[in-house]
Each structure stands twice: as structure tokens, then as C-alpha cells.
Design a binder for this molecule. Structure first.
Ligand SMILES: NC(=O)c1ccc[n+]([C@@H]2O[C@H](COP(=O)([O-])OP(=O)(O)OC[C@H]3O[C@@H](n4cnc5c(N)ncnc54)[C@H](O)[C@@H]3O)[C@@H](O)[C@H]2O)c1
Ligand SMILES: C[N+](C)(C)CC=O
Length: 491
């Protein structure tokens, strides 16, 4: 199998150590590619290339309209190769092809959106209190950006970082998850085809502990943008603190989906399923904490169990599959250990909790859709991110109780609730301490609106205008048109 390589300073490059890694299909454990496995030295080369490209230009000094045109071309190339990208994503992650196709359409749209924003910022003129002066505020590219992404939405999460960074005029070193690099490699090829100058888009493959750590620590990186787990996020923050590097963090979530008695029952039921079982629950915003008001609790639990039992598990590449495998054996171990913890804590297992018996699924990292009821707010299965196809159900009686329970978490990524009462919609929207609140919906995100977490779910925002601002520095330029000595220190 031909080795897929890294991209440093405009060249396709093997790891200096010559180490490689096999990339595995989580549905059958087949090897789908072999890639270079970089290390710190490769990361340093990529950072140096990005530094030179930023400091010398031309990309960092191009006009907004020029940058916009290049991003638009990249969006067109992504659209041209969308089917190839979607297939790669499904082979590498196990998610259904339909989900991957949706992701790729979204990704092309992200590059289009930021191509449109690249020339929209005209700065700001300040009303200066000093006579005969001009005071303006401009935004400039922040510089060299390290961009570390996770395995669950490999290209989508990379695109949330790459598109605004390029629109702002930054240079980047991308580091995808070591287990899901294939679509990032493909998009780097498309960046080369689009003609981004050498050193602007660099790609280093390899583990977080070496390549990722170098990006977080290296003083030549001006901003580190990270999407991944909370503990890794803390490590990156500590590393970045050594040189007061700017940090953007998109971390985990434990997201309540609250169903009041007056909700539209069938729609809420449908969205509980959509909220959890896309990509087998491996979504930062998965609504795995289902909270049911006592009037509909029993009926909803029955309906959920019935619908969950019918979810079709299988190969993401096969038509009709509704849920694929987990990403790896190690991750399945983690999910299974949480199922064990929940049982020990006294949660009632209503459905699933085990691997499927179907021999056709035996080589995949599957866990059945799992439903726990009678869950208490302080159980670990309720408080910690499981990142698998597992729902916990908590019962509540009043709105105040629902709000207090929902907010009782270290996370603050997203929350949703279902009701027909307009006053409750207003009260709950104001009271929920989460970066995104869905009213009568769940798991909606789009390019135009900011995304990010309250509390320990992160720092900063991606997407929307704010997603572009993350990649800029603000400069105040003050010009005195009539400077005269003020003689403070005598004549
Ligand atoms: N908030 C969001 O928008 C969002 C989106 C997707 C995923 N996530 C979160 O991502 C997590 C799942 O992803 P994961 O398991 O890949 O996360 P992870 O933290 O294990 O890894 C994420 C990335 O960080 C790298 N990394 C690991 N250790 C590192 C270190 N010491 N220094 C620098 N980089 C390091 C990894 O190689 C990978 O590229 C979940 O917690 C999920 O909620 C959040
Ligand atoms: C942010 N999102 C929902 C696309 C992926 C989270 O894992």
C-alpha cells in the first residue's frame, strides 16, 4: 500500500523517523491506508515553514478579496471530490455514508462562507478624544496557527479551523487525529491544487503526545486551536501558558435533552434518537442525558426502547445502515466500562448494554443502543461523557428541578428542551448555562452561528463571525496630526 505522506512547506514528506501507521476501518478492522507517522522534529519543520510563510508573506499580506477567491476555489474542489471525501470519512470512522455526505456538503459551505467574510472587515474608526488625531482599529491575522482535531468528525472539525484561519491570512499546521487522517490528507491535496503558497497549509501526522504537544509548546506558534477531550484540553492550556500562546478549545459535553409533559411527543421522541445515535453517540453534543417529566416518563421510556431496538447496525458503507461501530477497540472498552459503572451505581438497564450477537458485526467495534432508566443526577454515567450509544433517563417533576439538574454539570456545550409553553421557552432559554440551547429541536449547528462551550466545555467560539475573529489580533492605530511638545518634564 502506498504510504500517504505529510505536507510541509509545499512538499509531500515522509516522517524523519520513517515510521508509518496503518489506518483501520472500525467496521471490520481491515487496513485501509498506511500513513507517515511524524514526530516532534517533523512538527518543528512544519512550524518553521508556517512561520517563514507568515513572516515573509505573500499570503499574510494578500487582500481580503484575493483570499476569498482562493477559498472559493477550494470550496469548489471539495464539492467536486465530495463523494471521494465522504467515502474516505466513512471507511475511516465507521459513520454512515449518508452522514459523511452531509458533513462534506457542510464543509464546502464552510469554505464558501469564510470566502465571503474574508473581505468584509473594514476596521473601525474611533471617536478620538484627542484633537487633530485619527484613531482606527484594524484586525490582523494572528499568525502561525496550530490546529489539532479529533477523530469523530475529522474533516468537519478541521474545516471549522482551517477555513477562518485562511480567510484571516494566517498560516497553519494541521494535526488530525492519528487514527483518522485520511480526509485531512485529501483536503491538503486540494489546497495544493488550489494553489495556496508554500508553507501556508502544512499537515503533520502523528500522535498527540509528540506532534500535538510540539504545536502547543512551540513559541513560534501564535495560536493553538484544539478540539478534543477535556483532559487533553487542560494539558494543551498548560503547555500554551509557557509562552502565553492564544488558546481556543472545543471540548466535550454532557448534554441534557429535557422533555416536558406538554411537548409534541412523537417529534420529541424522534429527536431524542437523532440527538444520540448519529455516529453511534460519538458526538460532543449528543443528547445522551434525557430528562423526562413524570407525566410522560413511562410512555416515553417504552417508546424509546421500542424504537432503539429497531436501529439497524452495520457497515456505514451499506445502504440502510443506521448506526455504525465505535471508532476503536479501546473506545469500546471505555463505553463498556461506563455501562458497568452505571449498573454498579444502580441505574436500571432497560435495553442493550452489550455487543450485538450478529456474526456479521463481529469484527466491528459495536455496542448495542443502550437505555438506562432510574438514573440519579449525581451518577457518573450521568455526569461524565460516555461518547457512545448510551442514553440515561432522569425523571423530574417541576421546571425548576429540570433547570437545576440540567445545569448541575461541569460541562456547558449544548442543551435542548421540548415544550409548547412560550413562557417556559423564554425562562428555560435564559436559565440554561450552555453555549447552544435548542428549543424544540436538537443537534442543530450551522456555519453562520457561533459554536462553543460554557464552563469546562471550552474557550472561545468557532463558526460565524466570531469564528473568524478568533484568528485575528486587534490593533489600535493612533495618529497625531499636530504633535507639539507638552513640556511635562520641563522646558
Ligand atoms: N466541542 C466540540 O465542538 C467538539 C467536537 C468534536 C469532538 N469534541 C470532543 O472530542 C473528544 C473526542 O475526541 P478525541 O478522543 O480524539 O479527543 P483527544 O483529546 O483524545 O484527542 C484529540 C486530538 O488531540 C490530540 N492530542 C492528544 N493528546 C495530546 C497532547 N498531549 N497534546 C496535544 N494534542 C494531543 C490527539 O492526537 C487528537 O488529534 C470528545 O470529548 C468530544 O466531546 C468536541
Ligand atoms: C460539533 N459537532 C456537533 C459537529 C461535532 C461534535 O462532536
Amino acid at each position: 500500500m502506498t504510504e500517504k505522506m505529510m505536507h510541509i512547506d509545499g512538499l509531500w514528506t515522509r516522517a524523519q523517523s520513517t515510521t508509518t501507521r496503518d489506518i483501520i476501518n472500525p467496521f471490520d478492522q481491515g487496513v485501509i491506508a498506511t500513513v507517515s507517522e511524524g514526530g516532534r522534529a517533523d512538527a518543528r519543520d512544519a512550524i518553521d515553514a508556517a512561520r517563514r510563510a507568515f513572516d515573509r508573506g505573500p499570503w499574510s499580506r494578500t487582500t481580503g478579496p484575493e483570499r476569498g477567491r482562493k477559498l472559493l476555489l477550494l470550496a469548489d474542489l471539495i464539492e467536486r471530490d465530495t463523494e471521494e471525501l465522504a467515502r474516505l470519512e466513512t471507511l475511516n470512522t465507521g459513520k454512515t455514508l449518508e452522514e459523511s455526505r452531509w458533513d462534506m456538503a457542510d464543509i464546502a459551505g464552510i469554505f464558501r462562507y469564510y470566502s465571503g467574510l474574508a473581505d468584509k472587515d473594514g476596521g473601525e474608526v474611533i471617536a478620538s478624544p484627542v484633537p487633530d488625531s485619527t484613531s482606527i482599529v484594524v484586525r490582523e491575522p494572528v499568525g502561525v496557527c496550530g490546529q489539532i482535531s479529533p477523530w469523530n468528525y475529522p474533516l468537519l472539525q478541521a474545516a471549522w479551523k482551517l477555513a477562518p484561519a485562511l480567510a484571516a491570512g494566517c498560516t497553519v499546521v494541521m494535526k488530525p487525529s492519528e487514527i483518522t487522517p485520511l480526509t485531512s490528507i485529501k483536503v491538503t491535496e486540494l489546497c495544493a491544487e488550489a494553489g495556496f503558497p508554500e508553507g501556508v497549509v502544512n499537515l503533520v501526522l502523528g500522535p498527540g503526545a509528540t506532534v500535538g504537544a510540539e504545536l502547543a509548546e512551540n513559541p513560534d506558534v501564535d495560536l493553538i486551536s484544539f478540539t478534543g477531550g477535556i483532559e487533553t484540553g487542560k494539558t494543551i492550556m498548560r503547555a500554551a501558558a509557557a509562552n502565553v500562546k492564544k488558546v481556543a478549545l472545543e471540548l466535550g459535553g454532557k448534554n441534557p435533552n429535557i422533555i416536558f409533559d406538554d411537548a409534541d411527543f412523537d417529534t420529541a421522541l424522534d429527536y431524542i434518537l437523532n440527538g444520540v445515535f448519529f455516529h453511534a453517540g460519538q458526538i460532543c453534543s449528543a443528547g445522551a442525558r434525557v430528562m423526562l417529566q413524570e407525566g410522560i416518563h413511562d410512555r416515553m421510556v417504552e417508546a424509546l426502547a421500542d424504537r432503539m431496538a429497531k436501529i439497524r447496525l452495520g457497515d456505514g458503507m451499506t445502504d440502510g445502515t443506521q448506526m455504525g461501530p465505535l471508532i476503536s477497540a479501546a473506545h469500546r472498552d471505555k463505553v463498556e466500562s461506563y455501562i458497568g459503572i452505571a449498573r454498579e451505581e444502580g441505574a436500571r438497564l432497560r435495553l442493550g448494554g452489550k455487543r450485538p450477537a450478529d456474526p456479521a458485526l463481529a469484527n466491528g467495534f459495536f455496542v448495542e443502543p443502550t437505555l438506562f432508566t432510574e438514573c440519579a443526577n449525581d451518577m457518573r454515567i450521568v455526569q461524565e461523557e460516555v461518547f457512545g450509544p448510551v442514553i440515561t433517563v432522569e425523571r423530574f417533576s417541576t421546571e425548576d428541578e429540570a433547570l437545576a439538574r440540567a445545569n448541575n454539570t461541569i460541562y456547558g456545550l449544548s442543551a435542548g428542551f421540548w415544550t409548547r409553553d412560550p413562557d417556559r421557552m423564554r425562562r428555560m432559554s435564559a436559565g440554561l448555562r450552555f453555549g447552544t440551547v435548542w428549543v424544540n429541536d436538537f443537534n442543530v449547528y450551522f456555519t453562520q452561528a457561533p459554536w462553543g462551550g460554557y464552563k469546562q466545555s471550552g474557550l472561545g467560539r468557532e463558526l460565524g463571525r466570531m469564528g473568524l475573529e478568533e484568528y485575528t489580533e486587534v490593533k489600535h492605530i493612533f495618529q497625531n496630526h499636530n504633535a507639539r511638545p507638552i513640556r511635562w518634564f520641563g522646558v
